[in-house]
Design a protein around this ligand. Structure first.
Ligand SMILES: Cc1cc2nc3c(=O)[nH]c(=O)nc-3n(C[C@H](O)[C@H](O)[C@H](O)COP(=O)(O)O)c2cc1C
Ligand code: SF4
Length: 363
């Protein structure tokens, strides 16, 4: 017999129905080929997640231009030759009820000249101390190109039969560095006021919504705080969420942190049950200000906690990353009642340049 729970009820993202409330949050898998094309390992990874009853799968961040690459073996969405490989991923997933979105990203100043073959780009020339990079302040032409690159990436996702796309506006990558006063010190139309800092994202959204079918689902992963004294704060994030909704965005996944702050998005160590969901309070505040679906995230491991997040109206969907590395059949096991919590211990040993895998399982 299957467990009955609000977690197994469908939810709408725009006009798209997601079969349940479980989201595999974007997870860079380090499994693409050197040129960013999809591999058999990725097809197997995504099909396993779909077979395991995951409602919505979000891919790892896919770079929308060669300068926007963050790491070797990252999925690419930067040229038309990649569409065939990406279609093989969506074909495998669509044998099951699961939906799959492509996360579109530009690394901005969180890469190195060795990786991107360029001087990393940023709104302003603010030194990045973890990557030891002094980025180039983007010119008007650079900004126009990035806007178009995101729009083209989204077009490729649609051609490859993804069910939607997610813009990566979190964790210090390029779009998140535009909305943060710490990294964006421009005095032109792309910096200063919140609406100026948001302008690049507005143009991307207008481009995607204008050039593709209007109903192609578009969601974002949004920083709710940078954890930096001069960085993005929750109040700004709430305002941005409202603008995103006005612009036609169909859902917001709420995250936070960036490498330089010494506090990122992937917190190490198991949390007590009442501390699970380290960005859920921020998600809840954002949910109070918008009417589109909001995704709660951050160290969520226990089924009863997930149920509570939905029942108490803090979020509409529950996102996880590491529990799905530990076990791609997580949702199926919750559904059958076989487990009540993920076995992931949040040790962070799954980051592996040769492909993500749970190191704790190999003990
Ligand atoms: C191996 C790994 C890769 C990740 N890659 C991405 C990514 O590509 N894009 C993104 O937005 N977040 C990425 N994240 C962050 C997760 O999506 C998630 O926000 C974070 O791990 C917190 O969720 P969790 O506690 O359930 O793991 C990654 C996390 C891990 C562990
Ligand atoms: S290595 Fe395994 S247990 Fe550790 S965080 Fe990754 S998935 Fe979880």
């Amino acid at each position: 017999m299957k467990i009955k729970s609000v977690l197994f009820t469908p939810v709408q993202i725009g006009k798209l129905e997601i079969p349940n409330r479980f989201v595999r949050s974007a997870t860079h898998d380090f499994m693409a080929a050197r040129d960013g094309s999809a591999t058999e390992r990725q097809i197997a990874l995504f099909e396993n997640l779909a077979r395991g009853e995951t409602g919505l799968i979000i891919t790892g961040h896919a770079y929308i231009s060669p300068e926007g690459i963050a790491s070797p073996y990252q999925t690419g969405a930067h040229n038309d030759d990649l569409v065939d490989g990406l279609s093989r991923i969506t074909n495998a997933v669509h044998k099951h009820p699961a939906r799959i979105f492509l996360q579109l990203s530009h690394a901005g100043r969180q890469t190195t000249p060795k990786i991107c073959g360029c001087t990393p780009l940023a709104p302003s020339a603010v030194y990045e101390s973890t990557f030891k990079v002094m980025p180039k302040a983007m010119s008007q032409e650079d900004i126009s190109k990035v806007i178009d690159d995101f729009i083209q990436g989204s077009r490729r996702a649609k051609q490859a039969d993804f069910d939607g796309v997610q813009l990566h506006i979190a964790h210090g990558y390029l779009l998140s560095s535009f909305i943060s006063l710490y990294t964006n010190r421009r005095t032109d139309e792309w910096g200063g006021s919140l609406s100026n800092r948001f302008r690049i994202i507005a143009k991307i959204i207008e481009g995607i919504k204008g050039s593709l079918e209007k109903d192609f689902p578009l969601i974002v992963k949004l920083n709710s705080t940078d954890f930096l004294p001069d960085g993005l704060i929750l109040e700004e994030s709430i305002e941005i969420a409202q603008i995103l909704e006005e612009k036609g965005v169909d859902g917001i996944e709420v995250s936070g942190g960036m490498a330089e702050a010494g506090k990122g998005s992937v917190w190490k160590g198991l949390l007590e049950e009442d501390k699970e969901g380290y960005f859920v309070d921020n998600a809840s505040k954002i949910k109070g200000a918008v009417s589109i679906p909001v995704f709660g995230l951050g160290g969520i491991r226990t089924f009863s906690v997930m149920e509570r997040i939905i029942n108490e109206g803090k979020a509409d969907l529950v996102s996880m990353s590491r529990p799905f590395i530990r076990d791609p059949s997580l949702v199926q096991k919750f559904h059958s009642g076989e487990i009540q919590e993920s076995e992931c211990i949040s040790c962070n040993r799954c980051f592996n340049l040769r492909g993500i895998s749970c190191a704790d399982l190999k003990k």
